[in-house]
Every structure is written in C-alpha cells, then in structure tokens.
Design a protein. Sequence first.
Length: 97
Amino acid sequence: MAITKKNGGARLLTFDGNGKLKADKTFAIKYQSTGNPIPEIKNGRLYFLIPNDSREKACLLYVFDISSGKQLYSGKVVQKGKGVKARYVEGVELTIK
C-alpha cells in the first residue's frame, strides 16, 4: 500500500501480491493536534484519526471495515503545509493488517 497527496487530501493505493493496483481511494482529513479523535465514515469504512504529537504534528490513523469490524490499515500521518488554511495529512509508515 502506498499513500500520496492528491487534490488536498490523501490517496490510498492498495496493491495485490503481484503488484497490480486493487483500489485507489481518496479522502481528506483536517489536521488536529489536540482534542478528541476524529471519525469519518466513507464507503463502508471508518477512518479514525487520533491526535498524537503536537510538536511533530503527527496523528495516528486507523481504518476499519464497518461490516466486519476488521482493522484494514494503521499508521502515522504527518501534517503538511502551514498557515490558517485547512491542513491535510500525508501518510507515513502505513501498514495493511
């Protein structure tokens, strides 16, 4: 799995064992350094962003399949960009479960 920035959000690319592209999903999450976790539901998946480190501007990201409750992805995301505009995140060290 790889993650890249696309149109101000994050783009999750999932590959099968042969390297063929299985899924190409895009989602955007606003950065939050403190406070409550941020849940977002899209296409039968729960994206759960947990504020983690305000100095590094990093959060933890978990993705669950809603129907089975199975964890699909986990990893750390880091803020990109500065200023008062909406801030989005880029994935780092994402793993497939």
